[in-house]
Ligand binder design. Structure first.
Ligand SMILES: N[C@@H](CCC(=O)N[C@@H](CS)C(=O)NCC(=O)O)C(=O)O
Length: 249
């Protein structure tokens, strides 16, 4: 497969949301890799949602992904967020080189993926194909449980992982990994979606707050966050703010 431009990678993801694509964007940006966010191009240039959907029927590879995000490199096409990050991390210095560390960081990324599903299901507990407005009651009940037990279970787990690493600020060793970039995104997303809840919990998770600050201040990510490439959080993505789903005032 030959890329049309001098870019290393094509990223295919929904053009108007951060969603799961953001975990990939953050790794690409942090590592300073050249990529084209394909569906964010204009319709004339071959971008847009329809182009993304059409691209999933691609015939130039046998490795057709099930859903976005997916990445195209000169070698192959690769889907599933955690898998893409494992690939990028291994190739571009964002994953441990030793076997145990390599699997450990992948394991953490898969746990983040589980958390992302649960965060998404707070506003869509009955089904992705139905409007939020048609499942508001169920969303309230689901969010109550999420806030009461699931958030602390996951964030407490990640805080413990960070605390146990005595060699650096991230989840493993002295260097940041793709899982640290993903934890930044999770904390950002949670603050956007559940601002009151996260304000109450802030002091419980100093290591997570620290990794959030470190990633945000890293020069390439800082430039990215200020750029037009960073799509704002909104009510189409995974982390959505619905005031009624947040902790009571
Ligand atoms: N496990 C996959 C989930 C992919 C996924 O659910 N993608 C969403 C957008 S975030 C999508 O467009 N899904 C279409 C579908 O499931 O029909 C991953 O982590 O990449």
């Amino acid at each position: 497969m030959t890329l049309p431009q001098a870019s290393l990678y094509e990223l295919w993801y929904w053009p108007t949301i951060q969603g799961r694509g953001e975990f990939v964007r953050l790794s690409l940006e942090y590592a300073g890799l050249s990529y084209v966010d394909m569906a964010r191009r204009s319709d004339e240039e071959g971008g847009g949602e329809e182009a993304l959907v059409r691209s999933l029927k691609r015939t130039d590879t046998t490795y057709v992904p099930f859903a976005p995000p997916y990445l195209v490199s000169n070698d192959f096409v690769i889907g599933q967020t955690a898998n893409i990050l494992l690939f990028l991390g291994s190739r571009h210095g964002l994953a441990p080189e030793d076997e145990a560390g390599w699997h450990w960081v992948h394991q953490l990324q898969l746990t983040i993926a589980d958390f992302v599903v649960e965060a998404h299901d707070t506003h869509h507990p009955l089904g992705v194909g139905q409007y939020y407005e048609d499942q508001k009651q169920a969303a309230q009940r689901r969010s109550e449980e999420f806030r009461a037990s699931r958030v602390d279970k996951y964030l407490g787990y990640f805080e413990g992982v960070l605390k146990r690493n005595k060699d650096g600020d991230g989840v493993y060793g002295s260097e940041l990994t793709y899982a640290d970039l993903s934890l930044f995104q999770v904390v950002e997303g949670m603050h956007y979606a559940f601002p009151r809840l996260m304000q109450q919990k802030r002091a419980k998770y100093p290591k997570l707050q620290r990794i959030r600050e470190i990633v945000a201040a890293s020069p390439r990510v800082a430039a990215y966050l200020k750029s037009e490439r960073r799509i704002s959080f909104n009510e189409e993505g995974i982390f959505r703010h619905y005031d009624e789903l947040d902790a009571p005032a």
